[in-house]
Design a protein around this ligand. Sequence first.
Ligand SMILES: [Zn+2]
Ligand SMILES: [Zn+2]
Length: 262
Amino acid sequence: MSLLDLVFPKTCVRCGRIGEYFCPECIGLLPPAAAICPLCQEGSIGGVTHARCQRTFGLDGLVSIYSYNDGIREAVKRLKYRFVRGMAKAFVEAVMERIDPLMVSFFRRKRFVVCPVPLSSSRERWRGFNQAALLGEILAQHMDLPLVRVLKRVKDTGALADLKVRMTAGERQMFVKRYRSTTQQAMAERRFLAEKKVAMRRGQMKGAFEISEKLKVKSAKFLLVDDVWTSGATIAECTKVLKRHGASAVWGFTFARSGRAF
Ligand SMILES: [Zn+2]
Ligand SMILES: [Zn+2]
Protein backbone atom coordinates (compact mmCIF):
# COMPACT_ATOMS: atom_id res chain seq x y z
CA MET A 1 0.00 0.00 0.00
CA SER A 2 1.38 3.41 -0.93
CA LEU A 3 1.21 6.60 1.07
CA LEU A 4 -1.42 7.88 -1.37
CA ASP A 5 -3.65 4.94 -0.53
CA LEU A 6 -3.45 5.92 3.13
CA VAL A 7 -4.27 9.54 2.47
CA PHE A 8 -6.91 8.84 -0.19
CA PRO A 9 -8.01 5.24 0.43
CA LYS A 10 -9.73 3.32 -2.34
CA THR A 11 -13.44 2.95 -1.66
CA CYS A 12 -16.06 0.89 -3.45
CA VAL A 13 -18.06 2.94 -5.97
CA ARG A 14 -21.29 1.25 -4.84
CA CYS A 15 -21.12 0.65 -1.06
CA GLY A 16 -18.27 2.98 -0.10
CA ARG A 17 -16.34 0.28 1.80
CA ILE A 18 -12.58 0.88 1.97
CA GLY A 19 -10.30 -1.47 0.04
CA GLU A 20 -11.24 -1.66 -3.63
CA TYR A 21 -12.98 0.49 -6.25
CA PHE A 22 -15.30 -2.44 -7.10
CA CYS A 23 -15.68 -4.68 -4.04
CA PRO A 24 -16.40 -8.40 -4.58
CA GLU A 25 -19.93 -8.08 -3.15
CA CYS A 26 -20.93 -5.16 -5.35
CA ILE A 27 -19.38 -6.08 -8.67
CA GLY A 28 -22.01 -8.72 -9.42
CA LEU A 29 -24.82 -6.36 -8.42
CA LEU A 30 -23.96 -3.54 -10.80
CA PRO A 31 -26.83 -3.21 -13.30
CA PRO A 32 -26.02 -4.30 -16.86
CA ALA A 33 -27.09 -2.26 -19.89
CA ALA A 34 -29.46 -4.09 -22.23
CA ALA A 35 -28.06 -4.60 -25.74
CA ILE A 36 -29.60 -2.15 -28.21
CA CYS A 37 -29.28 -1.24 -31.86
CA PRO A 38 -27.30 2.05 -31.86
CA LEU A 39 -29.44 3.53 -34.63
CA CYS A 40 -33.00 3.03 -33.36
CA GLN A 41 -32.14 2.32 -29.67
CA GLU A 42 -34.48 -0.70 -29.66
CA GLY A 43 -33.35 -4.12 -28.38
CA SER A 44 -30.92 -6.08 -30.54
CA ILE A 45 -29.03 -9.32 -29.85
CA GLY A 46 -25.36 -8.57 -29.25
CA GLY A 47 -25.92 -4.87 -29.99
CA VAL A 48 -25.73 -5.45 -33.75
CA THR A 49 -27.33 -2.71 -35.88
CA HIS A 50 -30.60 -4.08 -37.30
CA ALA A 51 -30.41 -4.77 -41.06
CA ARG A 52 -33.23 -2.26 -41.59
CA CYS A 53 -31.36 0.42 -39.61
CA GLN A 54 -27.98 0.12 -41.38
CA ARG A 55 -26.62 3.28 -43.01
CA THR A 56 -23.56 3.68 -45.27
CA PHE A 57 -21.76 5.89 -42.76
CA GLY A 58 -23.49 4.57 -39.63
CA LEU A 59 -22.43 2.32 -36.76
CA ASP A 60 -22.41 -1.46 -37.23
CA GLY A 61 -23.06 -2.18 -33.59
CA LEU A 62 -22.75 -1.04 -30.00
CA VAL A 63 -21.33 -2.68 -26.90
CA SER A 64 -22.36 -0.95 -23.67
CA ILE A 65 -21.60 -2.88 -20.52
CA TYR A 66 -23.24 -1.22 -17.53
CA SER A 67 -26.35 0.84 -17.03
CA TYR A 68 -25.45 4.41 -16.06
CA ASN A 69 -26.75 4.41 -12.51
CA ASP A 70 -26.03 2.96 -9.08
CA GLY A 71 -22.24 2.64 -8.58
CA ILE A 72 -21.43 3.18 -12.24
CA ARG A 73 -22.38 6.86 -12.21
CA GLU A 74 -19.95 7.25 -9.30
CA ALA A 75 -17.23 5.31 -11.16
CA VAL A 76 -17.58 7.61 -14.20
CA LYS A 77 -17.47 10.65 -11.93
CA ARG A 78 -14.31 9.43 -10.24
CA LEU A 79 -12.54 9.11 -13.57
CA LYS A 80 -12.37 12.87 -13.50
CA TYR A 81 -10.47 12.95 -10.21
CA ARG A 82 -6.81 12.58 -9.40
CA PHE A 83 -5.03 9.19 -9.33
CA VAL A 84 -7.30 8.33 -12.17
CA ARG A 85 -5.11 5.59 -13.63
CA GLY A 86 -5.90 3.16 -10.79
CA MET A 87 -9.61 3.92 -11.12
CA ALA A 88 -9.52 3.47 -14.91
CA LYS A 89 -7.71 0.15 -14.55
CA ALA A 90 -10.29 -1.12 -12.02
CA PHE A 91 -13.10 0.05 -14.32
CA VAL A 92 -11.63 -1.82 -17.31
CA GLU A 93 -11.34 -4.95 -15.16
CA ALA A 94 -14.98 -4.58 -14.10
CA VAL A 95 -15.92 -4.31 -17.79
CA MET A 96 -13.86 -7.35 -18.76
CA GLU A 97 -15.57 -9.31 -16.00
CA ARG A 98 -18.99 -8.62 -17.53
CA ILE A 99 -18.33 -8.63 -21.29
CA ASP A 100 -19.41 -11.68 -23.28
CA PRO A 101 -16.17 -13.57 -24.16
CA LEU A 102 -17.70 -14.30 -27.58
CA MET A 103 -17.72 -10.56 -28.29
CA VAL A 104 -14.05 -10.29 -27.38
CA SER A 105 -13.10 -13.18 -29.68
CA PHE A 106 -15.26 -11.69 -32.45
CA PHE A 107 -13.34 -8.40 -32.30
CA ARG A 108 -10.00 -10.24 -32.22
CA ARG A 109 -10.85 -12.57 -35.07
CA LYS A 110 -12.06 -9.69 -37.24
CA ARG A 111 -8.89 -7.70 -36.41
CA PHE A 112 -10.56 -4.68 -34.89
CA VAL A 113 -8.45 -1.83 -33.53
CA VAL A 114 -9.31 0.34 -30.53
CA CYS A 115 -9.71 4.08 -31.09
CA PRO A 116 -10.69 6.40 -28.22
CA VAL A 117 -13.13 9.23 -28.83
CA PRO A 118 -11.04 12.39 -28.55
CA LEU A 119 -11.98 14.75 -25.70
CA SER A 120 -15.71 14.12 -25.37
CA SER A 121 -16.45 17.66 -24.26
CA SER A 122 -14.83 20.64 -22.62
CA ARG A 123 -16.45 19.59 -19.35
CA GLU A 124 -14.79 16.19 -19.45
CA ARG A 125 -11.41 17.77 -19.88
CA TRP A 126 -9.27 17.75 -16.81
CA ARG A 127 -6.11 19.76 -17.37
CA GLY A 128 -5.90 18.44 -20.88
CA PHE A 129 -6.59 14.92 -19.74
CA ASN A 130 -9.03 12.70 -21.61
CA GLN A 131 -10.49 9.71 -19.80
CA ALA A 132 -11.68 8.02 -23.01
CA ALA A 133 -8.04 7.91 -24.15
CA LEU A 134 -6.94 6.32 -20.89
CA LEU A 135 -9.83 3.82 -20.88
CA GLY A 136 -9.13 2.98 -24.53
CA GLU A 137 -5.46 2.40 -23.84
CA ILE A 138 -6.08 0.03 -20.93
CA LEU A 139 -8.99 -1.70 -22.69
CA ALA A 140 -6.83 -2.36 -25.77
CA GLN A 141 -4.26 -4.09 -23.53
CA HIS A 142 -6.90 -6.23 -21.82
CA MET A 143 -8.64 -7.19 -25.06
CA ASP A 144 -5.32 -7.75 -26.79
CA LEU A 145 -6.20 -5.40 -29.67
CA PRO A 146 -4.00 -2.67 -31.17
CA LEU A 147 -4.59 0.93 -30.09
CA VAL A 148 -4.85 3.28 -33.08
CA ARG A 149 -5.50 6.93 -32.31
CA VAL A 150 -6.50 8.42 -35.63
CA LEU A 151 -9.23 10.88 -34.68
CA LYS A 152 -8.63 14.43 -33.58
CA ARG A 153 -11.09 17.02 -32.44
CA VAL A 154 -10.99 20.18 -34.48
CA LYS A 155 -14.00 21.98 -33.02
CA ASP A 156 -15.02 22.43 -29.41
CA THR A 157 -18.68 21.60 -29.07
CA GLY A 158 -19.37 21.98 -25.36
CA ALA A 159 -21.35 19.51 -23.26
CA LEU A 160 -24.66 17.87 -24.05
CA ALA A 161 -25.99 18.90 -20.65
CA ASP A 162 -25.48 22.56 -21.56
CA LEU A 163 -27.81 22.32 -24.53
CA LYS A 164 -31.08 24.06 -23.83
CA VAL A 165 -34.09 23.07 -25.86
CA ARG A 166 -37.40 24.89 -25.83
CA MET A 167 -40.63 24.50 -27.64
CA THR A 168 -41.63 27.21 -30.07
CA ALA A 169 -45.09 28.74 -29.69
CA GLY A 170 -46.19 26.91 -32.85
CA GLU A 171 -44.98 23.54 -31.56
CA ARG A 172 -46.79 24.02 -28.26
CA GLN A 173 -49.96 24.94 -30.08
CA MET A 174 -49.71 21.68 -32.03
CA PHE A 175 -49.54 19.63 -28.81
CA VAL A 176 -52.41 21.50 -27.19
CA LYS A 177 -54.58 20.76 -30.23
CA ARG A 178 -53.63 17.10 -30.52
CA TYR A 179 -54.11 15.87 -26.95
CA ARG A 180 -57.17 15.93 -24.72
CA SER A 181 -55.42 14.65 -21.58
CA THR A 182 -52.70 16.80 -20.06
CA THR A 183 -50.72 13.72 -18.93
CA GLN A 184 -50.58 12.39 -22.47
CA GLN A 185 -49.69 15.82 -23.73
CA ALA A 186 -46.87 16.17 -21.18
CA MET A 187 -45.45 12.75 -22.13
CA ALA A 188 -45.55 13.53 -25.84
CA GLU A 189 -43.93 16.91 -25.22
CA ARG A 190 -41.10 15.32 -23.22
CA ARG A 191 -40.42 12.79 -25.97
CA PHE A 192 -40.52 15.54 -28.57
CA LEU A 193 -38.04 17.68 -26.63
CA ALA A 194 -35.69 14.69 -26.12
CA GLU A 195 -35.67 14.04 -29.86
CA LYS A 196 -35.19 17.71 -30.60
CA LYS A 197 -32.21 17.77 -28.26
CA VAL A 198 -30.59 14.76 -29.94
CA ALA A 199 -31.10 16.38 -33.35
CA MET A 200 -29.56 19.63 -32.10
CA ARG A 201 -26.63 17.71 -30.63
CA ARG A 202 -26.06 15.98 -33.97
CA GLY A 203 -25.99 19.36 -35.71
CA GLN A 204 -23.60 20.70 -33.10
CA MET A 205 -21.20 17.75 -33.56
CA LYS A 206 -20.94 18.22 -37.35
CA GLY A 207 -17.36 18.83 -38.42
CA ALA A 208 -16.01 18.27 -34.89
CA PHE A 209 -13.57 15.51 -35.90
CA GLU A 210 -10.87 14.91 -38.47
CA ILE A 211 -8.52 12.06 -39.27
CA SER A 212 -4.88 12.46 -38.28
CA GLU A 213 -3.47 9.46 -40.16
CA LYS A 214 -5.53 8.59 -43.22
CA LEU A 215 -3.50 5.53 -44.20
CA LYS A 216 -4.43 3.80 -40.96
CA VAL A 217 -8.17 4.18 -41.59
CA LYS A 218 -8.69 2.64 -45.02
CA SER A 219 -10.22 -0.88 -44.76
CA ALA A 220 -9.67 -0.91 -40.97
CA LYS A 221 -12.27 -1.97 -38.39
CA PHE A 222 -12.71 0.24 -35.36
CA LEU A 223 -13.96 -0.07 -31.82
CA LEU A 224 -14.72 3.50 -30.80
CA VAL A 225 -14.28 3.79 -27.05
CA ASP A 226 -15.95 6.30 -24.75
CA ASP A 227 -16.97 6.24 -21.10
CA VAL A 228 -20.73 6.86 -21.44
CA TRP A 229 -23.25 6.57 -24.29
CA THR A 230 -25.86 9.29 -23.87
CA SER A 231 -27.32 10.66 -27.11
CA GLY A 232 -24.83 8.74 -29.25
CA ALA A 233 -24.19 11.90 -31.30
CA THR A 234 -20.44 11.99 -30.60
CA ILE A 235 -19.82 8.37 -31.60
CA ALA A 236 -22.13 8.75 -34.63
CA GLU A 237 -20.10 11.72 -35.87
CA CYS A 238 -16.76 9.87 -35.34
CA THR A 239 -18.18 6.88 -37.23
CA LYS A 240 -19.19 9.05 -40.18
CA VAL A 241 -15.67 10.51 -40.43
CA LEU A 242 -13.99 7.09 -40.18
CA LYS A 243 -16.28 5.50 -42.76
CA ARG A 244 -15.91 8.41 -45.17
CA HIS A 245 -12.18 7.71 -45.05
CA GLY A 246 -12.70 4.05 -45.90
CA ALA A 247 -13.10 2.25 -42.56
CA SER A 248 -14.84 -1.05 -43.29
CA ALA A 249 -16.56 -1.46 -39.90
CA VAL A 250 -17.16 0.69 -36.83
CA TRP A 251 -18.59 -0.43 -33.49
CA GLY A 252 -19.18 1.77 -30.47
CA PHE A 253 -17.84 0.54 -27.14
CA THR A 254 -18.91 2.34 -23.99
CA PHE A 255 -18.43 1.36 -20.37
CA ALA A 256 -21.88 2.66 -19.47
CA ARG A 257 -25.09 3.61 -21.22
CA SER A 258 -27.60 6.14 -20.06
CA GLY A 259 -31.20 5.23 -20.80
CA ARG A 260 -32.24 8.77 -21.65
CA ALA A 261 -30.99 11.20 -24.24
CA PHE A 262 -30.51 13.80 -21.49
ZN1 LIG B 1 -19.09 -2.53 -2.50
ZN1 LIG C 1 -32.38 -0.62 -35.20
